[in-house]
Each structure stands twice: as structure tokens, then as C-alpha cells.
Design a binder for this molecule. Structure first.
Ligand SMILES: NC(=O)c1ccc[n+]([C@@H]2O[C@H](COP(=O)([O-])OP(=O)(O)OC[C@H]3O[C@@H](n4cnc5c(N)ncnc54)[C@H](O)[C@@H]3O)[C@@H](O)[C@H]2O)c1
Length: 384
């Protein structure tokens, strides 16, 4: 079978997401499975070049994982016509500049969310990428999680009847860093001056999850909080948390659905998974997580009666049924990488464009505005 090489410039792969999800679980996993099988029977083999600021880290990474190429010179990497894709998982604030440089070099671009710090900047990138005729995409990994795919299957099958409510809980305890265990997220997440904050981080995700699963987000109301005022950074230094670590968001969706999602790095988990989304409709309900999804149809719905004078007679959790796996679910990031590679290599459709990414940034921006002004904000349609 014929093999085709595709050169990918990967920037930010010394970071948490770049390394684990994109380099190891996606690009190298595709390489290690013998490439990506294309429609014409050829196998597309990714050939990454790792880009970053720290030569020693890059060399070590490349050596450990059998990657032949690395560099600290992004411009030189972009100048190589044999590498047609630029990927970016740098800190958010560094993204727009590098993406713009890649567009100028005619690269196809795939990158982490948020696409940029402001929606104006994100839209400008979308316009520039279109004008340059390059293909572009933004990570929307939650759509490809097994739990979310099962949920989408339920929506598409009409299981819920008329959906009216979507309620999500996202979060876990991120250690402060000054006692016990080290923090499990980077410190820039907690500093506004470094483009941190949970609203910018998570509302990008909620935008595409809600838009793609239930209906377009039409309005937002948001309250942010910084519940842990100080943390300790990677160097052991105490710093002030200038960005919010918790967000209580309410969203009005097309079709009259109300969605409410709490996002926090200061909530302790008493749920089955780190994210759970309950959907209620006239004919049935579901609770979906990262991997699992449970349903309760109207015919299986118990009839509880309020009576605190007796022990609760219902085992409520046992009254739900699992949606079976039914199919093998690959890593969510890898699934989307394969879609993007097909988009580039054989022009397969790809819905998760820069415009979609800009919508996520827009919702985060309007969420911050809603919080600042203590009011509901309509979400206008974004146009190129
Ligand atoms: N899709 C998701 O679920 C998801 C989850 C977490 C983070 N992210 C996104 O991925 C991106 C990276 O997040 P992360 O958690 O991997 O961060 P991280 O701090 O672990 O990694 C950041 C990377 O950017 C590089 N970098 C470039 N310029 C930098 C600078 N000026 N200061 C510091 N680092 C710089 C670092 O070397 C490193 O490789 C962010 O944009 C974030 O929003 C996405």
C-alpha cells in the first residue's frame, strides 16, 4: 500500500496538552498505528517537528519518543515547504502571533482553544486564513468524548422528546501548591495578566458542546468568583490569583432550552466523573459524563413523594440505564486530529473551523461582560 508523508510543525508540545493529548495520544499514536488510512487506500504518515523555547526539553522529548526533528526556531520551521501543517498548543496569549506567521507561510493550521485572547483577534485570524486559502481548525475535543457522543446519539434519535433543560457540573479540586500535593494545573491559569481564568478556559468548550449538541447559544448570564485568592507556582513562589477560578453560567439556547453549567477548579468531586451533564426532556432524561451516559425514559420514571419523616425509599441512581459502548471509542483528541488530517489530505469535510473557535472566544468574552455588568447579554451571530 502506498504511503504519503505529512509534515507537522508542533509548537507548545512541552506543555501539558501539547505533550500528552496531541503529541503522544494523537500524532505519535497515528504514526505508531502505521499512519492514517485514506479513502484512496494510501496511508498518511505524520512526520512531526517539535518546536519550543527550551532546546534541552525538546531534545529530551524527541529522543524519548523517537521523533527525529526538533527546533527552537519557529520561523525556520515555518519556512520549510515540506511541512504543510502548523499546530499550536502554546499558552493562549502566544497563539495568535504564531498562527498569523503560519498563515503568512501558507500552512494549514490546527490549534488548541481558545483560538485567541479576544474574539476580534480570533475573527481576524479566521478571515486571514480564509483569504490565504489555507485549511484551519480548532480543538473541540469534548464533542468526541464517548459520553458526549452517546448523548448526541440520544438527541439525534429523538429520545428526549422536547428538551428544555441542560445542567452541567465541571470541575475538581486543584491543589493550591502550598501544602500537601503540588498543583495539577499551570499557574498562568490563575493570572488574568497571563490570559488565565476559568471563563476563558471553559466557555470555549461550552459554546461548541451546546451549539453542536442542542442548539445555538443565544444569550449568557455569568457570575465569576476567585475563591482561592493565593496559590503557589511551579517555582514554589506564592502569587496572587488575579483571574476567576469558578464560573456559574446560564445560557439560553435556540429552541427555548435553558442550560446552566458550573465550572470550578475549587469544587471537590461527588459525581461519577469530572464533568457531568444532565439533560431533561418530555420523553426522557440523560446524564452524560466523559465516558458514560445513563438514561431514564418516561416509562421508567419513579414517582417520588416528598416525605422527610421516613428514610428515602428510592435508590435513584439504580433507576437509570447505561447507554452501551456499542462501538470502540478512540481518544477524543486523536479522533479530531484524524478528521483534520483527512480534511487537509483528501478535502474531507471539517466543521471545527477558526470561525467556530472564534464563537468560543466570543462566549467567554460575553460571559466576562455579563459578570462585570451583572446582566444577561445576547450573543450576536459572528460573521466572517
Ligand atoms: N482542549 C482542552 O481540553 C484543553 C485543556 C487544557 C488546556 N488547553 C489549552 O491548551 C493550551 C496550553 O495549555 P496547557 O495547560 O498545556 O499549558 P502549559 O503551561 O502546560 O503549556 C504551555 C506551553 O506553551 C509554551 N509557551 C510558549 N510561550 C510561553 C510563554 N510565554 N509562557 C509560558 N509558556 C509558553 C510552553 O513552553 C508550553 O509548551 C492553552 O491555550 C489552553 O487553553 C486545552
Amino acid at each position: 500500500m502506498a504511503g504519503k508523508r505529512i509534515g507537522i510543525i508542533m509548537n507548545g508540545v512541552t506543555g501539558r496538552m501539547g505533550l500528552n493529548q496531541h503529541l503522544l495520544r494523537s500524532v505519535l499514536a497515528i504514526r505508531d498505528q502505521g499512519g492514517l488510512l485514506l479513502a484512496d487506500g494510501a496511508r498518511l504518515m505524520p512526520d512531526p517537528i517539535l518546536v519550543g523555547r527550551n532546546a534541552a526539553k525538546l531534545e529530551d522529548l524527541a529522543h524519548t519518543h523517537g521523533v527525529a526533528r526538533w527546533t527552537t526556531d519557529l520561523d525556520a520551521a515555518l519556512a520549510n515547504p515540506d511541512d504543510s501543517i502548523y499546530f499550536d498548543a502554546q499558552v493562549t496569549g502566544a497563539r495568535a502571533r504564531s498562527v498569523e506567521a503560519a498563515i503568512a507561510r501558507g500552512k494549514h493550521i490546527y490549534c488548541e482553544k481558545p483560538l485567541a485572547v479576544t474574539s476580534a483577534e480570533a475573527l481576524a485570524l479566521a478571515r486571514k486564513a480564509d483569504a490565504a486559502g489555507v485549511k484551519h481548525g480548532v480543538v473541540q475535543d469534548k464533542l468526541f468524548l464517548p459520553g458526549m457522543r452517546k448523548l448526541k446519539r440520544l438527541v439525534d434519535s429523538g429520545f428526549f422528546g422536547r428538551i428544555f433543560s441542560v445542567r452541567g457540573e465541571f470541575g475538581y479540586w486543584v491543589f493550591e501548591g502550598d501544602w500537601g500535593l503540588p498543583a495539577q494545573r499551570p499557574s498562568w491559569n490563575y493570572r488574568k495578566e497571563d490570559d488565565g481564568g476559568i471563563i476563558s478556559d471553559m466557555f470555549c468548550h461550552w459554546r461548541y458542546v451546546l451549539d453542536h449538541t442542542f442548539g445555538n447559544v443565544e444569550a449568557v448570564s455569568c457570575l465569576g468568583r476567585t475563591d482561592i485568592p493565593q496559590r503557589v507556582d511551579e517555582a514554589g513562589k506564592r502569587y496572587a490569583c488575579t483571574a476567576e477560578d469558578t464560573a456559574y453560567g446560564t445560557f439560553q439556547l435556540a429552541g427555548g432550552i435553558v442550560a446552566q453549567i458550573n465550572s470550578s477548579w475549587d469544587f471537590r468531586v461527588y459525581r461519577d466523573e469530572l464533568f457531568s451533564l444532565q439533560v431533561d426532556g418530555t420523553l426522557g432524561s440523560a446524564v452524560a459524563g466523559l465516558r458514560e451516559c445513563r438514561v431514564q425514559h418516561r416509562v421508567n420514571t419513579p414517582r417520588p413523594v416528598w416525605n422527610p419523616d421516613i428514610p428515602n425509599p428510592h435508590a435513584f441512581r439504580e433507576q437509570w440505564q447505561d447507554v452501551p459502548d456499542n462501538t470502540a471509542f478512540d481518544n477524543a483528541f486523536k479522533v479530531q486530529w484524524e478528521m483534520f488530517l483527512r480534511h487537509v489530505a483528501e478535502d474531507a469535510p471539517f466543521a471545527h473551523t477558526f470561525l467556530e473557535g472564534a464563537k468560543g472566544v466570543q462566549l467567554a468574552e460575553l460571559g466576562l461582560q455579563s459578570w462585570a455588568e451583572r446582566r444577561w447579554i445576547d450573543v450576536p451571530a459572528l460573521e466572517l
